[in-house]
Design a binder for this molecule. Structure first.
Ligand code: PLP
Length: 416
């Protein structure tokens, strides 16, 4: 990055610092990952210069013959990855993809049944300050207080009582398998559109390690940057009969020109996810999450729902007399990045909740397996046993920097 370094040292220095952070510390944010160098090159390519409003073969600009090839590749690959009839790869993000589904299937004022934000849902699933909660009256379902797993019976009775136009499944902080078929059955019974947001688990679905919602849902959205390990962005999948409405919701409904460099990165990511190695990666993500869950449980932490089936774990910090805010800060000082998170039926506030959410997609991309994850767990346990001890944090962060050298970040320009 010599050109950037010389032309704009301020921006360069910040990028360099972030690259060092990613390289020398441990990333346990469940929604983050490291892209391959090939994805990074595609996103950093000349395709950022091109306007391409419309769809491949039907653009409002000339000179689109090559970006058409790229977008067709992205569409064909993601359709075959998930077995979908139709795909739109243009949404700029997961939130934009979700907005497109609302726009394509509802009128303002239509009601929605979705997982409560406080129980693991996402803010685009009806939070009051978000467009979704502001324009679409939303009824929340959640988990059973004992098992902390989705209460499917209550979901069904809420659906029968309120008759929402749309039922939304999917979550940002739910560590268990979601039984899409059961929810689809309820949607069919009441004649509601069934929409699944699989942003967190898409990589596991692609690998065949989580039930695929595509055959049973009317619309499925995902981000491309979480377990799927691509560039930041969104995608919507749907049946052919919904394709026209969806495409016109994305453009001209909500967006102008698509980000063709990001679509190129998505095409590369889908190509990678179609390879057998990706299955091995996704299986290791789950194995690592299980190992981390076992170690934390052995050390006396209570985990929401008692463990995990996927890539993430919700730790109830109050089981050790701590809070999410204290945990996030203490681990951060030691070079372990996590995020504080509400747990189901939390009595605390979102800015200082009871939980910490951790996930293994990023560490697994660096090549960590069970032994390495046991070491990571040991550091987490050590730091949380003395959350105010600066000396412990300093010692652990030094050990992590050394340890991290054996697990390179795929697309770092810096090297060592
Ligand atoms: N849907 C779910 C389930 C998510 O967890 C997220 C982000 O964390 C999104 C949608 C939104 O994605 P983005 O941040 O790309 O808008």
């Amino acid at each position: 990055m010599d050109i950037l370094k010389n032309q704009d040292p301020e921006v360069f220095d910040s990028i360099l610092s972030e690259e060092r952070r990613q390289r020398d510390e441990l990333e346990l944010i469940a929604s983050e990952n490291y892209t391959s160098a090939a994805v990074m090159e595609a996103v950093g390519s000349v395709l950022t210069n091109k306007y391409a409003e419309g769809l491949p073969g039907r653009r409002y600009y000339g000179g689109c013959q090559y970006v058409d090839q790229v977008e067709r590749l992205a569409i064909d690959r993601v359709k075959s990855l998930f077995g979908s009839e139709h795909a739109n790869v243009q949404p700029h993000s997961g939130a934009s993809a979700n907005q497109a589904v609302y726009y394509a299937s509802l009128e303002i004022g239509d009601s929605v049944l979705a997982m409560d934000l406080a129980q693991g849902g996402h803010l685009t699933h009806g939070m009051k300050l978000n467009f979704s909660g502001r324009w679409y009256p939303t009824i929340g379902y959640g988990v059973d207080p004992k098992t902390e797993r989705i209460d499917y019976d209550r979901l069904a009775s809420l659906a029968r009582e309120h008759k929402p136009k749309l039922i939304l499944a999917g979550a940002s902080a739910y560590p268990r398998i979601i039984e899409f078929e059961r929810i689809a059955e309820v949607a069919r019974e009441i004649g509601a559109t069934f929409f699944v947001d699989m942003a967190h688990i898409a990589g596991l679905v692609a690998a065949g390690l989580h039930p695929n919602p595509v055959p049973v849902a009317d619309f499925v959205t995902t981000t491309t940057h979480k377990t799927l390990r691509g560039p930041r962005g969104g995608v919507v999948l749907c049946k052919e009969e919904r394709a026209k409405k969806l495409d016109s919701a994305v453009f001209p409904g909500l967006q102008g020109g698509p980000l063709m460099h990001v679509i190129a990165g998505k095409a590369v990511c889908f190509g990678e996810a179609l390879k057998p190695e990706f299955k091995t990666y996704a299986a290791q993500v789950i194995a690592n999450a299980n190992t981390l869950a076992e170690e934390l449980t052995r050390a006396g932490f209570r985990l929401v729902s008692g463990g995990t089936d996927n890539h993430l774990i919700l730790i109830d910090m109050t089981s050790k007399g701590l809070t999410g805010k204290i945990g996030e800060a203490a681990l951060g000082r030691a070079g372990i990045t996590v995020n504080k998170n509400l747990i189901p039926f939390d009595k605390r506030k979102p800015m200082d909740p009871s939980g910490v959410r951790v996930g293994t997609p990023a560490l697994t991309t660096r090549g960590m397996r069970e032994d390495a994850i046991r070491q990571v767990a040991a550091w987490i346990i050590t730091v949380l046993a003395a959350p105010d001890d600066e000396a412990v944090a300093k010692r652990v962060s030094g050990e992590i920097e050394e340890f991290a050298r054996d697990y390179p970040v795929p697309a770092a320009a810096l090297g060592r």
